[in-house]
Every structure is written in structure tokens, then in C-alpha cells.
Design a protein. Structure first.
Length: 166
């Protein structure tokens, strides 16, 4: 994407705002410029955090394609449906961000964590029936179960963030 016009590519920059402002035009040649703060390490942290989210999305896609793999379902025909669903779910991050900022993980919850954990049993059975490993989803499912066991059943999945912080 870098260096390709209109690709939507951007590069994170952080550090001195004055240096960024002085060189923004040059910095924008390979792609858009996203200035993310005075701390020089923020550019790398933003990049790694977004790449981590991408790997989670790719893991989910790999699992989904594996589920349909034994059936007479074209991956080419399935892909647009999965993309549309992923796009519809992408807004979930706004709710997570709002809950993290407020500290109230039950604020505006549409799907309670306890219900999601129950649903995980259905996902696990379907995977077993299709001969698909749960190893991409199991770690997240285990964290969800742990959060419910600790009293977070009325929350969204936001509480899992706290379990990841060491």
C-alpha cells in the first residue's frame, strides 16, 4: 500500500510536533501522515497495536474458511459475506473504547459476556462437527470464561482487556 496512490496507506509519526510540521509534506510522499503524539515510541506502538488487531481478524477469517472447507460452499462466494460481517462488527471497537475510557464495562452492552460464553459452546460443537481446531479461538474463549467466573457476566468483552494486562 505504501507508495500506491489512493490506497489509503498512512505512516505513523511521533516525537517533536515542530519537526513533524516542518517535514509533513515530505513525509506524506509514501502515504498519508498520521501524527500520534510527542512520545517518540507512540508511532511504533500504534503500528504494533493495529497489526495485533489485524492478526486477530485474520485468525477469525482462517477459522471461518476452515469451517466451510468440507462443505459445498465456495470460499469465493463466502468471502463477501464475511467481509460485510467483519465491517459491520468493526464498530464494536468504539464501544470498547468508550467502556475503557469510562471504566463501566456494562455501559451500553448489547450482548452480555455470559451469553457469549454460552454461545461459545455452540461454536465449539460446530467446529468439532466440521473437523476444525479451536486453537485460534480457544484462548479468547478461555479469557471470556474467566471474566464471567470473576463476576463480569453482565459486561461486554471489554473486561478481557483487563485480563490481558500484566
Amino acid at each position: 500500500m505504501i507508495g500506491v496512490p489512493d490506497s489509503g496507506a498512512y505512516v505513523f509519526y511521533s516525537g517533536s510536533p515542530e519537526l513533524h510540521a516542518a517535514h509533513a509534506e515530505t513525509l506524506s510522499v509514501p502515504g498519508g501522515v498520521e501524527y500520534v503524539g510527542v512520545d517518540a515510541g507512540f508511532a511504533a506502538l500504534y503500528d504494533i497495536a493495529l497489526l495485533s488487531g489485524m492478526w486477530g481478524m485474520f485468525a477469525g477469517a482462517a477459522h471461518a474458511f476452515a469451517l466451510i472447507g468440507k462443505e459445498d460452499i465456495s470460499p469465493i462466494e463466502f468471502a463477501p459475506r464475511m467481509i460485510a460481517y467483519q465491517q459491520a462488527m468493526a464498530g464494536y471497537s468504539f464501544g470498547t473504547a468508550a467502556q475503557l475510557a469510562s471504566g463501566d464495562y456494562a455501559e451500553g452492552v448489547e450482548s452480555k459476556l455470559a451469553m457469549m460464553v454460552t454461545t461459545n459452546g455452540t461454536l465449539a460443537r460446530a467446529a468439532a462437527e466440521q473437523g476444525v481446531s479451536l486453537e485460534l479461538l480457544a484462548p479468547f474463549m478461555a479469557l471470556m470464561q474467566r471474566r464471567v467466573a470473576e463476576g463480569g457476566g453482565e459486561e461486554s468483552t471489554t473486561g478481557v482487556v483487563d485480563l490481558l494486562r500484566q
